[in-house]
Design a protein around this ligand. Structure first.
Ligand code: GLU
Length: 304
């Protein structure tokens, strides 16, 4: 039996001493309040066991990680029609890149870059009666945790400075790939990104992707075939223009966010989440990536 607790403890202790920790995101001013010294690791095994190290119970801004949760909800409404409005190819470009969107006539490369996530947000604004409330309830349901909430300060902070997202939404609208008002879609998007979660909550929220669409309380939330597709998108597009590097070094599907969180999983086995707010130049958590690389190397558990 693998000593998961011993392994994540030693990874945590070793990485806490690292001097190079990356740079905390500041383009959303509220995020710059995070400490570069925070480091949390949480492992949720599908057999029910869980293991925590460091700051695994401190809430942080999940940011882009929310795009996967939004996608899983949008697919429930649109099924495969969604792929007429957003593609499934890695972009090889930063998450907020714009010129490709214009070149490709307003069809975003994939649902995990900002333009693609805005199309997904548009679908949710169309189908949900009270979009912000209903989406939050969905996240609480799949994580089996009613305490999860939006962080209004983070949402407002991004609304004030989200110039590139305003540009992307307007570009999408000009190509008729946004059905609702630009302001409504952005308001929803900034809120979805502002959700605060701990590493422990994040691992539980992603349980369904590791478990063939069945969430932590055993309810089938999405069909097995859709879980397979979303997992493929996480593997190929989940880490900005560093998805290849993440697959190469870690070997798990997952998603990162500029709040410093990463969640990754081995299907039918475990979900592991990390939080370390210092980012590398590509926008992924520097220590989080190192922690996951060390974890899959030491345990020899990856999809490859
Ligand atoms: N809300 C952030 C943005 O749209 C999310 C970015 C991220 O985590 O990658 O810029």
């Amino acid at each position: 039996m693998t000593d998961f607790q011993g392994i994540i403890n030693s990874i945590h202790d070793h990485l806490s001493k690292e001097e190079v920790k990356g740079v905390v995101a500041s383009y959303i001013p509220e995020l710059s309040k995070q400490s570069v010294n925070s480091l949390g690791i949480f492992l949720q095994h599908l057999n029910g066991d869980s293991f925590a190290a460091g700051d695994a119970d401190i809430p942080f801004s999940i940011q882009s990680i929310s795009k996967v949760l939004a996608l899983s909800k949008a697919i429930a409404f649109e099924d495969n029609r969604i792929w007429q409005r957003v593609d499934v190819e890695p972009s090889g470009n930063p998450f907020n890149h714009l010129s490709l969107l214009e070149l490709e006539n307003g069809i975003p490369r994939n649902p995990l870059i900002n333009s693609g996530a805005l199309v997904v947000a548009d679908i949710l604004v169309t189908h949900l009666k009270n979009p912000k409330e209903d989406f939050l309830n969905y996240v609480r349901t799949i994580a089996n945790d009613q305490t999860i909430n939006y962080n209004k300060d983070v949402a407002a902070s991004e609304k004030r400075t989200g110039y590139k997202n305003f540009a992307a939404a307007n570009l999408l609208k000009s190509f008729s790939n946004l059905k609702n008002n630009v302001e409504d879609v952005l308001d929803f998007y900034f809120h979805q990104c502002s959700i605060d979660m701990t590493c422990a909550q994040l691992a539980k929220a992603f349980y369904l992707f590791a478990n063939g669409g069945k969430c932590v309380n055993n309810v089938q939330q999405i069909p097995v075939s859709q879980a397979k597709r979303i997992n493929a998108i996480m593997l190929t597009c989940g880490f900005y223009d560093e998805a290849g590097e993440f697959a190469f070094r870690v070997g798990l599907p997952g998603k990162s966010g500029v709040g410093g969180g990463i969640v990754a999983f081995l299907p039918n086995n475990f979900i592991i989440s990390t939080w370390a707010p210092g980012l590398n130049p590509k926008g992924n958590s520097l220590l989080g990536m190192q922690a996951l690389e060390q974890f899959t190397t030491q345990t020899k558990l990856s999809i490859f």
